[in-house]
Ligand binder design. Sequence first.
Ligand SMILES: Nc1ncnc2c1ncn2[C@@H]1O[C@H](COP(=O)(O)OP(=O)(O)OP(=O)(O)O)[C@@H](O)[C@H]1O
Ligand SMILES: [Mg+2]
Length: 418
Amino acid sequence: MITVVGDRESDIFEIFQQVPDDNMPLIVRLFDVIHFVLYNMYNQEIGARKVDYFPTKLAAGAAFCNREKEQEELLRCLNNVSPVLLISPRRYGKTSLAIHVLDKNNFLYVHIDFYKELSEEDIASAILNGIGRLLGKIEDTPEKILTLAKDFFSSFHIRAAIKTVGIEIEFEQKQKSPINIIAEALEKLEELAVKKQKKLVLFMDEFQTLAEATSHHGIEAAIRHAAQESKHVCYLFSGSNRYLLKEMFQDRKRPLYKLCHTIYLKRIQPEHYIKYIQAVSQEIWGSSISDKDLHLIFSLTQRHPYYVNKLCTLLSFQEIVSDTIILSVWENYVLENRTSVEGEVSLLAVNQRKLLFAIARNKETKELLSKEFSHALSIVPGSIPRAATALRNKDYIYENEEGYYQIVDPLVHAVLNL
Ligand SMILES: Nc1ncnc2c1ncn2[C@@H]1O[C@H](COP(=O)(O)OP(=O)(O)OP(=O)(O)O)[C@@H](O)[C@H]1O
Ligand SMILES: [Mg+2]
């Protein structure tokens, strides 16, 4: 029987559709399907191992480097069904970490990405569709999934259709407010989890978008209510806009105040990267990389996970790795991206741009308020904190552990130093 749910299963479904439909006896056809599926899975595994040690999309399986402590911390929260919030600047590995832990530990979960949801209706629809996909993982046949979905969504006036990833829903008529829809759906999900004796995880990614999509806090209140009452559905939130997330979760006037255990993701430590890169370097370049070259990679990318992978991917097209090759590959990459980075920076207000340039060019910027610093920038001292706050909120700069201001994105840093 072909089950039309989940990731692996949806691959199988697609593969099944590629098998020619003739009048072969069923048993022969089934044998062909199994053979075809195993052959494709084998090729996918081998293919992934050869080319994708440094993914520029999600890091999964063998491409996932370390994060042992964070994995443990996250797993503890998920096992205890306690709400958890993952925070880091953009492209540090929040989604990779969450999916890695959820997959590795066989959680029944759904990943709901709020990134493109711009209104309360969009948010409600994203949550309901997410629940629809989750129902597809709870049952194992299309018939059972449909029955479950019909029952679950009976009071919502929506149309449910079965898709390769589970149930997809569409609102037929708007009778209830998005807040009520979300509150009711989350309550029903908890009841369902209790009835089925399953632990479920709702992974809400780019969660700060919710704050931008609504002018009040009704949806946050509905989510808080559900998350704090829940014993079977775990709520995992993640996002990169630390300013908005801080307002949502650390302001005592907001509903989500102190709801979550927070995990702040930092950059991956050199020793973990060294272990990982050396382990795969033999296969990619036929030899290990010298310590000096590894540290050059770390210094150019500043161990920003996305850029480590990007640079290593570009290096993997080279026969050998040396300091000159590393420098020239990185320089080409910076030059190729120069126009887009400059375009983005040119949209900043003048004082913000001045401050950004100064931080990029000074190796160690600590005393933003010193007279010398404001004089060198020709900005009145009073305007510097405002510009710094704006740059921090937009994720251009951060304060490192030693209290020095640094540019978050090594590509921006490199372009500003050209
Ligand atoms: N543990 C890891 N090991 C190796 N590479 C990683 C790891 N975590 C993240 N990366 C790499 O970092 C980049 C960003 O990962 P990911 O998309 O998970 O980050 P994110 O914080 O969710 O980003 P965004 O803020 O854009 O949503 C990807 O190239 C990914 O492969
Ligand atoms: Mg992400």
